[in-house]
Design a protein around this ligand. Structure first.
Ligand code: NDP
Ligand code: 8X3
Length: 265
């Protein structure tokens, strides 16, 4: 509540899944005097999320939907400058936007899938971080703000059919770790949250829109909900200034590794 009051929060990939839930959770937790910038490619979906927030918590939260494709470096570079002045002082960046494409094995992976995962999950996240760090570094005596990166269990271990996706999340993990060390003299907190299986549009995107294949991923298990992860993101952002939740791995109860899963038959 109080600790988030007056903050300006950017959530990438807020049109769906974890990002959408995170936007709602920030609004519920700090329903007064919060500025929320929601970004994704699907602007209509963002506007619906903004409407939902307004309905749930009223006008205390100032929500700004912004169309942004993080895989486009020029869009990310001008992102802050194009915001209305009152939204430019970003305090919290949630780097959530990301995607997986296909289950092909090395040798057969489509070039376009390699680039879309790399350009979004890695380069997009890095560019977004650098853009917002410019603002955070100027705050206070030595810089202040929160960068919250959504990694994955897939960044900690590879699994067959996920080599590129796993490599992108491993890159996020290493970038995050190095950056936390680089920023040690500042008050900027660099936070990584790594979910296991969460039921979102993630698998629908992975199977190029095939809902049946996506549903099969969650058969016989109870995956995390996007709200479960949203709660951890807002918890991390809401810790007192001297506390950092540096690194968090969150599984559903049936999961113990990327591919160690107990399924009800
Ligand atoms: P969803 O597919 O439901 O949401 C992904 C979000 O990312 C969408 O809002 C999408 O918006 C956005 N996005 C994708 N590409 C771009 C882009 N180029 N520019 C801007 N926004 C983009 O999946 P999740 O909510 O599950 O995924 C969120 C994050 O969580 C991802 O980083 C994912 O890797 C990670 N994760 C997911 C897990 C899971 O099991 N679901 C487990 C561990 C991590 P739009 O299409 O409108 O651009
Ligand atoms: C997404 C979870 O299943 O690809 O990060 O490891 S999974």
């Amino acid at each position: 509540g109080r600790r988030l009051e007056g903050k300006t929060v950017v959530v990438t990939g807020a049109s769906s899944g974890i990002g959408k839930s995170t936007a709602l959770e920030f609004a519920r937790t700090s329903p007064k005097n919060l500025k929320l910038i929601l970004t994704a490619r699907r602007i209509d979906a963002l506007k619906q999320v903004a409407e939902q927030i307004k309905k749930e918590v009223g006008d205390g939260v100032n929500v700004l939907p912004v169309q942004l494709d993080i895989s486009k470096a020029d869009q990310v570079r001008s992102f802050i400058d194009k915001l209305p002045k009152e939204f430019q002082e970003v305090d919290v960046l949630v780097n959530n936007a990301g995607l997986v494409k296909g289950v092909d094995k090395a040798g057969d992976i489509k070039e376009e899938d390699v680039s879309s995962m790399m350009d979004t999950n890695v380069t997009g996240l890095i560019n977004m971080t650098q853009t917002c760090l410019n603002v955070m570094k100027k705050r206070g005596e030595s810089g202040q703000g929160d960068i919250i990166n959504i990694g994955s269990i897939a960044g900690r271990e590879g699994y067959p059919g996920g080599s590129i996706y796993c490599a992108t999340k491993a890159a996020v993990r290493t970038f995050t770790d190095a950056m936390r060390k680089e920023l040690i003299a500042s008050r900027i907190r660099v936070i990584e949250i790594d979910p296991g299986q969460v039921e979102t549009e993630f698998s629908v995107v992975r199977f190029y829109g095939d809902k049946e294949k996506a549903d099969a991923v969650y058969k016989g298990v109870t995956p995390l909900t996007p709200d479960d992860i949203a709660e951890t993101v807002v918890f991390a952002a809401g810790r007192p200034e001297n506390v950092i939740i540096a690194d968090m791995l969150v599984f559903p109860n049936h999961q113990a590794a990327a591919t160690v899963m107990h399924r009800r038959s």
